[in-house]
Design a protein around this ligand. Structure first.
Ligand code: TMP
Length: 212
């Protein structure tokens, strides 16, 4: 692959959106991206056209129509399959850079550790859907589950966010394990926003500067 695939993960309310927007502003000025390459900001679920519809299906609050845990897992992977084939792979083959808000790590954390679906089964499904595609780097923005709830207290929760603190604690535990297993860059996200972006930028300069 000629492009680069950067993923940002974390529990709800960790500040991913702010950091992704900062990164999207900074990367074109960083000197890392070749002149004729593009920078793409995308997300899961909902990074493709069909994915936007899947996102709505997954996240809407509708008790009568809530998916089972397995259906939920498969919907996230339907979104991912579409996103990979229509957006991510074409961009990487073209030499473009991608910043992606969540990827497979979120499924292991939320559906695996959160919902309790067998982790090895998720990994098998992941291999089928992602084949050999892996992020070049994944950042985990860490805040405590308590802080997550506090930061979102004035926001209407979506179906996953409505699960509450005990679910979030399992997801948080899962993220910590996955980050360790997969060598993610873990950044404390309770600190100052500027310090978090500086840390992300420094890591990217160190990792990608030499093999531009
Ligand atoms: P977002 O609000 O960060 O865009 O994410 C939407 C919600 O979907 C969030 O609560 C995390 C959840 N999620 C999963 O449960 N599994 C997944 O595979 C992904 C990508 C997201």
């Amino acid at each position: 692959m000629k492009g680069k695939f950067i993923v940002i993960e974390g529990i709800d309310g960790c500040g991913k959106t702010t950091q992704i927007n900062e990164l999207y502003e900074w990367l074109p000025k960083s000197g890392l991206i070749k002149e004729n390459s593009k920078l793409i900001k995308t997300r899961e679920p909902g990074g493709s056209l069909l994915g936007k519809e899947i996102r709505e299906m997954i996240l809407k609050n509708n008790d009568e129509n809530s998916p089972s845990n397995l259906t939920e897992l498969l919907l996230y992977y339907a979104d991912r399959a579409e996103h990979i084939s229509k957006i991510i792979l074409p961009a990487l083959e073209n030499g473009d850079w991608i910043i992606c808000d969540r990827f497979s790590g979120s499924t292991l954390a939320y559906q695996g550790y959160g919902r309790g679906i067998n982790i090895n089964n998720i990994k098998k499904l992941d291999n089928i859907v992602c084949q050999n595609l892996q992020p070049d780097i994944t950042f985990l923005l860490e805040i405590s589950p308590e802080e997550s709830v506090l930061r979102r207290r004035n926001k209407v929760p979506d179906r996953i966010e409505s699960e509450g603190i005990n679910f979030l604690k399992k997801v948080d535990f899962g993220f910590k394990i996955i980050a360790e297993e997969q060598n993610w860059i873990v950044i404390s996200a309770s600190s100052d926003k500027q310090m978090i972006s500086d840390s992300i930028q420094k890591t990217l300069l160190n990792k990608f500067n030499l093999n531009k």
